[in-house]
Ligand binder design. Sequence first.
Ligand SMILES: [Zn+2]
Length: 430
Amino acid sequence: MTVPAPDIGLATTLFARLRELAFDGAGITRDTYGAGEQAAHDLMAATAHALGLEVRTDAALNLYLTLPGRDRALPAVMTGSHLDSVPLGGNYDGAAGVVAGLAVLAGWRAAGQVPQHDVTVMSIRAEESAWFPVSYIGSKAAFGLLPAEALSACRFDTGQPLREHLSRHGGRPDDVARGVASLRAEAIDCFVELHIEQGPVLLGDGHAMGVVTGICGSRRYRRARALGAYAHSGATPRLHRRDAVAATAALIHGAQQDWAALEAAGHELTLTFGQIDTDAHQSDLSKVAGEVAFCVDIRSRSHATLAAMDDRLQAAAAALQASHGVVFDFGVRSGSEPAEMNAALRQALSQAAAEQGSPAPALPSGAGHDSATFANAGVPSAMLFVRNAHGSHNPDEAMATADFAAATTVLGTVLGQRAGLSITSALPAR
Ligand SMILES: [Zn+2]
């Protein structure tokens, strides 16, 4: 079976239009449940209408763009990604997966081919947790899995809750809160997400694309605090101090050693203390610091490893409480579940890439993706990474059109295999 080529001309046009809609003077900003994300969703819906696809949204305003199959009772083959970006982000993170899906379906439509199964491109809402401190809002809501309290989470810049933002764009927060699902795992054959690589591995290896083995989950403390006591720096002897800076430094130093020990024992993880602050109004050269605010980000593809690192961190904090007289309050824990990608889909992607003369090595994803929600909901899921320079979450993302075209062709091949694409068709070519 030869699968029709994707419409890369359409993809190029869509990327240019997405950039115009979201350029903020320095980078790309498609704000979650704001004007930026909405404009991208409107563009994809209009494009799908023009291609003759079915268009629908759910309570969380995820967008489903479907090429109906010959047998609509069969489980749907799904692809897609998110359309929001971080503030001052790049044009391809997320959007590439939606554009790729539409390019594939446009190619099939042009060739007059109809699949057996429905094929749906999903434009997922709210993947970037930069806006709301919640992971995978859109994909979790689609499966009815978003905790109701997430609707009270406030967007960092507007200070308004998710419920408010969702309502303003025509969503149904009460349905989201009640767990009304628009997707059921049993009704989905597979989910395959194309996404730019956010690290330098493929660029270094000289490969245009890679097949993801698994997606890291995380444990995060965004608002952790060390609480000691402010005191005079000259007048307070060492043993009388409750020094929040010294205790935090000890915690971080110990955690680095615990990380190294876990790695030596065969665990794969990352540990980051990305922010540390003393109170600018209260701290001073001549004062022992009474409080430190910090955050912690632990990531791994293994539940057990996440728990092991977190347990060690909590134990170290408890010990420092005794030795330094400083209380650690980690605040609310957030994070996401790790996910393994489906072996059969990984194999299909690797094989399609190899047959196309573009071998795709296996690599893990250190960043989170909506595919993790699909996988953990029981849907066979896979991801194809496209080579990209300069990382992501910045305006300098650089994905070559040729790499995107090669990866989108592989995506189309695997979607075509899963969806039972037939050569002959009742539909006229468009
Ligand atoms: Zn992304």
